[in-house]
Write a protein that binds this ligand. Structure first.
Ligand code: HEM
Length: 131
């Protein structure tokens, strides 16, 4: 057992994660509120999509494929990231997970993203201006 409840990983594999990540970032890039932050920050989209597939592979399949520091990646862009952006990010994530994943996996991925988004939001809000 990997600590995940039964059903949460049904339908989740590297291919479905890559499709999910593609769909999600296509929606992100087209979004008027959060699209510009990503489009300005990311030059190499195939690399970003691979990295995010590895991130979700680590979270859902415990593969350890992702090696990185997400908090630091977001701190770099803190001047542009507002609390409302997290709500929009989660709306798009909900739509993409529902379209690409079986219901149990979609719910699990939504819950994980909500927790991470909350942590990012609190951490960014606590940072004094100028740091
Ligand atoms: C307001 C919402 C968000 C915005 C605007 C945002 C923006 C960004 C941007 C611009 C990058 C690229 C950083 C760079 O390479 O310079 C990035 C990377 C990343 N984001 Fe987000 N993000 C948001 C929420 C989230 C959430 C909720 C998660 C996880 C559930 C997440 C996971 C990641 C990961 C894993 C990376 C790659 C970090 C690395 O380089 O290793 N992001 N994000």
């Amino acid at each position: 057992m990997n600590g995940l409840a039964f059903g949460e990983t049904e339908g989740v594999d590297e291919d479905s994660l890559a499709r999910l990540v593609d769909r999600f970032y296509a929606a992100v890039r087209a979004d008027a509120l959060i699209g510009p932050v990503f489009n300005d920050a990311i030059d190499d989209w195939p690399y970003h999509l691979d990295k995010l597939t590895a991130f979700w592979s680590s979270l859902m399949l415990t593969t350890g494929r992702y090696k990185g520091t997400p908090m630091a990646a977001h701190f770099k862009h803190r001047a542009r990231i507002t609390p409302a952006m997290f709500d929009r990010w989660l709306v798009l994530w909900r739509a993409a997970t529902e379209a690409e994943m079986p219901p149990a996996a979609a719910r699990s991925m939504q819950a994980k993203a909500e927790r991470i988004a909350e942590n990012f939001k609190l951490a960014l809000a606590r940072l004094p201006a100028g740091i």
